[in-house]
Design a protein around this ligand. Structure first.
Ligand code: ZN
Length: 260
């Protein structure tokens, strides 16, 4: 072996051993996901807007949630922003939207986010509907999302997380979901992104509310263009102000890859 070849071999060996250690993590300097919280879903009712209790978050910790998707265009914009900052969130999907866009459901999961449920057709009046009809819509939503996400729906939703459309729960439906082992998620704060406003106004509103409460589960809609446009600036604001993102996953269910 010539000296030149030996030198080249040595150089490539060194490069192979040294470069992985030297390579900066793709999440270095980003907001990131500070911790993963395993949630025991059965009987859970959280979110101080509607329930007495909420997730066990420390000061400065936030959980990001997105409702009503998947929606072509806006959901991808949100996913890109989250990926850029290495942030994991929870998406409460509408069954019929999931059935229409199964590729997007699988992408949300592949990118490490949690996929929960938000009924099949998003009736704002689940609590006022006949009980059986309301249960049928909820159950159909579980099945649609699981078929889109995992190719098949079992007897129980894979991720037993549910959020009522318009937070319209009833004691009977809450009882049904508790017996079904499904946790119910409200929210601690929101920007009211169902109201038209500019991304800048929305950012100002949600940050003012967050600075006031200093922690909490935040509700957004990834179906809203104004929200999708706002998310990069929102994540930057969280990073600048030292907030930490917590990713919620169901206890004992393998749904997402390990955090970075
Ligand atoms: Zn909704």
């Amino acid at each position: 072996m010539s000296r030149l070849v030996r030198a080249a071999l040595l150089a490539s060996l060194l490069a192979a051993t040294v470069s992985p250690a030297r390579a900066a993590s793709p999440c270095e300097g980003r907001l990131g996901t500070s911790r993963v919280m395993e949630v025991q879903a059965a009987g859970l009712k959280v979110g101080t807007k509607h329930f007495p209790e909420t997730l066990d978050l420390a000061d400065g910790e936030v959980v990001l949630t997105f409702d009503d998707g998947p929606h072509p265009g806006t959901t991808e914009t949100v996913l890109r922003a989250l990926a850029k900052e290495c942030v994991r969130a929870t998406f409460f999907l509408v069954g019929r939207a999931a059935a229409a866009h199964p590729d997007m459901v699988r992408r949300i999961i592949a990118e490490g986010h949690t996929v929960g449920h938000h009924s099949q057709t998003h009736p704002m009046t689940l609590a006022d509907m006949p009980f059986d009809k309301a249960v049928a819509d909820i159950e159909k939503g579980f099945a649609s999302v699981d078929r889109a996400a995992y190719g098949a729906a079992g007897p129980h939703p894979r991720v037993p997380f549910f959020r009522f459309p318009g937070f319209g729960s009833s004691p009977e439906l809450l009882d049904y979901l508790a017996k079904r082992g499904v946790g119910v998620f409200g929210a601690d704060l929101w920007a009211g992104d169902w109201n038209p406003m500019t991304p800048e106004q929305q950012l100002e509103l949600v940050m003012a509310r967050l600075d006031h409460q200093s922690r909490g589960m935040i509700l957004f809609h990834d179906t809203r263009a104004q929200t999708a446009k706002m998310i990069p600036a929102f994540l930057a604001a969280l990073r600048e102000k030292g907030y930490r993102v917590v990713h919620i996953v169901p206890a004992g269910v393998a749904t997402a890859v390990a955090p970075d």
